[in-house]
Structures are given as structure tokens and as C-alpha cells.
Design a protein around this ligand. Structure first.
Ligand SMILES: NC(=O)c1ccc[n+]([C@@H]2O[C@H](COP(=O)([O-])OP(=O)(O)OC[C@H]3O[C@@H](n4cnc5c(N)ncnc54)[C@H](O)[C@@H]3O)[C@@H](O)[C@H]2O)c1
Length: 336
């Protein structure tokens, strides 16, 4: 059985630990946090040894898989060190999104995993749902045809009085939305971003990003931290020459509108056996990573890989550059 550890025991680390502790293909073997109370609380909750130092845990437990669920500046600066430590200790690593707020460090994370031949995934959990897979299947079966446009929107409410960076919303939320756009549309060539600081805000809290894909299709992303929850938060529309698919709220509903028929096809999340809450996206994504590692899949075949996480963040950094300059920005020119 595969041994698993989790580094960073905030809310999200506890979710990863819960998924592992409920999955019979792995054994949660240890948890770690530099804040002793967090490590101890999680260790006692899951009945596993707890550590305050990641190197010590990795040395003693020698896990096969390690989740990195730290946060830091722009919700991601603390991912770099434990990811490198875990890869060097021989682990396959599943790291939270964004891969890292610093693209040069993110590139080192990807390169290190490649050099050591370890599987490296990012928790791009929003597309790890049956509904998203079905839309992908429709696309692979040719039911959408040649891609024309993708309209993506992701909006949540985060109203903390202070964020550590004015780009926090753009960088921390949009790895998900950009990844979904890339999942259905492929690599993004150019972006042009407009954004606003909503009343009372000192961050760019609502954004509108125009996109040109490398394959020639166009797209748009609306993202916001300014919408109170309690109703849908995500929508993706993928249109092609043969049909148009709409994915509502990640797992709730997927609709296919064929171009040659007035009859649409609808998938609705089942009440029995379907997803019931956001936690299920974590479970699906984490189990998928474990299964790929357990099957011996090649690192380059990891779904939601470090490389994909890095490319999503590169698109966001290009959007930020566009916001600063007022000009469209080519994604491949962005290295930092
Ligand atoms: N996938 C999703 O849907 C989703 C949702 C929310 C947050 N996240 C991501 O999850 C991550 C964690 O979020 P959170 O809210 O739990 O953050 P958090 O700040 O509450 O917890 C992170 C923990 O990591 C610990 N830590 C930092 N460096 C460490 C190190 N070197 N060794 C051991 N522990 C260390 C901190 O002490 C802290 O307790 C963030 O990167 C965030 O972007 C993902």
C-alpha cells in the first residue's frame, strides 16, 4: 500500500488528509506543519505521527506520495521549498494551486520533478468532475467540432479586509479557470486584460480577460472575488462548428446543443451517487493522482500536471502584464 504524507495542515491540508484517510489504496502516514498546534491537531485527528519539520518527516516515513498544501504570499509562495524537499526525498508530489507565485521557482519545481522522474500534479480540482469529463468526451467524439470560442466565468466572494498583494485574486483564483480553458481549448497564445478594484477594494478584484488560443479560436474569462456565494459560481461555454457545450458549476450540469438538431442533451448530477459538495472535487482529483501513481503512469501523462499548472500561471502573469501596460501580451514571452 502506498504511504502518503501531507505538508501544511491548514484547512486545505486537512481536506487532503481526509481524502487519503478515506481511500483504501493509500495509508496516511504523517502530517506536518511549522505551526506546532496545527500539526498536533491534525496528527491527533487522523491518528498519525505529526511533525514540525518536513525534512524530518520525509526522512523518517519515506512516503511514496506527498501533498504540499502550504500557502504563503499570494497563497502560494510556500509551495516551493516543501515540493523540492519531497521530490528530492523520492516522493511523487501533488501540490496545491497556484503552483507558485514566482514563475522562475515554478519552472524549477517542474524541472526537478522531470529530472528525478517523479509524478508532479497540481490540484486543479475544478475539472475533476464527471460533468467536465463528459464534455471532454463530447469534444473528443467530434460533437463540438472545430473550436470557435470558449467563454469562462468564475466568481466567488472573498471579502477579507486585507490581501497581501493587489494581484491576489488574479493569481490565486484563476489557475482553476485558466486550466479549464486550456483543458478544452489548448495552449493560449495572447491575452488582453482589463480589471477593476470594486468599491472599497485595494486589489484588482474583478477582471475581464480576452484570449486568443494557439489553434486560432478565441475566448474570454470573467473572474471575480466580489460576488457573494449562495448561488452558482462557475460556468464554461465551449462552442465549435458542430455544437456548443455548457458546463454549469463544475459538476451540476452539462448541456450539449448540437448544431444540426433542436434537441439538446443534458447531464444532471445524480442525487444518489453524484457529487454533493465541493469536497468531492478534491476527492476525485486526489484519488485520480493516487491511481495514476499506483498504475505506474509516466510522469508526462499526469492529468493536471505541474507543467499544466505552470502554463496556467504563465497565462495569468501575462494577463497581469497586460493590465499594467494596457496592451495584449503574448503568453510565451512571460518567464517571471
Ligand atoms: N484547490 C482548491 O480549490 C483550493 C481552495 C482553497 C485554497 N487552495 C490552496 O490550498 C493551499 C493552502 O490553503 P489554506 O487555506 O489551507 O492555507 P493556510 O495558510 O491556512 O495553511 C497553510 C499551512 O502551511 C503551513 N506551512 C507553510 N510552510 C510550511 C512548511 N515549509 N512546512 C510545513 N508547513 C508549512 C503553514 O504554517 C500553514 O499552517 C493554498 O496554496 C491555496 O491556494 C486550494
Amino acid at each position: 500500500m502506498l504511504k502518503v504524507c501531507v505538508i501544511g495542515m491548514g484547512n486545505i491540508g486537512n481536506i487532503h488528509a481526509r481524502v487519503y484517510s478515506e481511500y483504501d489504496k493509500v495509508r496516511l502516514a504523517g502530517v506536518c506543519d511549522i505551526i506546532p498546534e496545527r500539526a498536533e491537531r491534525a496528527g491527533k485527528k487522523f491518528g498519525v505521527p505529526y511533525y514540525f519539520d518536513a525534512e524530518e518527516m520525509l526522512r523518517e516515513i519515506k512516503p511514496d506520495i506527498c501533498s504540499v498544501t502550504t500557502g504563503g504570499f499570494e497563497y502560494s509562495s510556500d509551495h516551493f521549498l516543501p515540493t523540492i524537499q519531497a521530490l528530492n526525498a523520492g516522493c511523487h508530489v501533488l501540490c496545491e494551486k497556484p503552483i507558485c507565485n514566482d514563475l522562475e521557482k515554478a519552472q524549477i519545481m517542474v524541472d526537478t520533478a522531470k529530472k528525478l522522474n517523479r509524478c508532479f500534479g497540481i490540484n486543479l480540482n475544478h475539472r475533476f468532475t464527471p460533468a467536465a469529463r463528459l464534455v471532454k468526451q463530447w469534444q473528443n467524439e467530434g460533437k463540438i467540432g472545430n473550436l470557435l470560442f470558449i467563454n469562462m466565468a468564475l466568481w466567488i466572494g472573498r471579502f477579507e479586509p486585507h490581501f497581501d498583494s493587489e494581484y491576489y485574486h488574479l493569481k490565486a483564483l484563476n489557475p482553476h479557470s485558466v486550466d479549464i480553458m486550456r483543458y478544452f481549448g489548448g495552449d493560449i497564445d495572447t491575452v488582453h486584460c482589463f480589471a477593476m478594484k470594486a468599491p472599497g477594494r485595494d486589489i484588482w478584484s474583478t477582471a475581464s480577460i480576452n484570449v486568443k488560443f494557439k489553434n486560432g479560436a478565441v475566448g474570454h474569462l470573467t473572474s471575480s472575488y466580489d460576488i457573494k456565494r449562495g448561488h452558482p459560481m462557475e460556468r464554461c461555454e465551449i462552442a465549435g462548428t458542430k455544437g456548443r457545450a455548457v458546463l454549469e458549476d463544475m459538476w451540476r450540469e452539462a448541456v450539449l446543443y448540437p448544431a444540426d438538431s433542436f434537441v439538446k442533451k443534458v447531464y444532471t448530477n445524480p442525487i444518489f451517487g453524484g457529487f454533493t459538495e465541493f469536497y468531492d472535487t478534491f476527492r476525485d482529483r486526489i484519488i485520480h493522482f493516487v491511481d495514476q501513481v499506483a498504475r505506474g503512469d509516466r510522469p508526462e501523462d499526469i492529468d493536471g500536471s505541474g507543467e499544466q499548472g505552470l502554463e496556467a500561471s504563465r497565462v495569468i502573469h501575462a494577463a497581469i502584464e497586460s493590465l499594467k501596460t494596457g496592451l495584449p501580451v503574448k503568453v510565451e514571452t512571460i518567464k517571471k
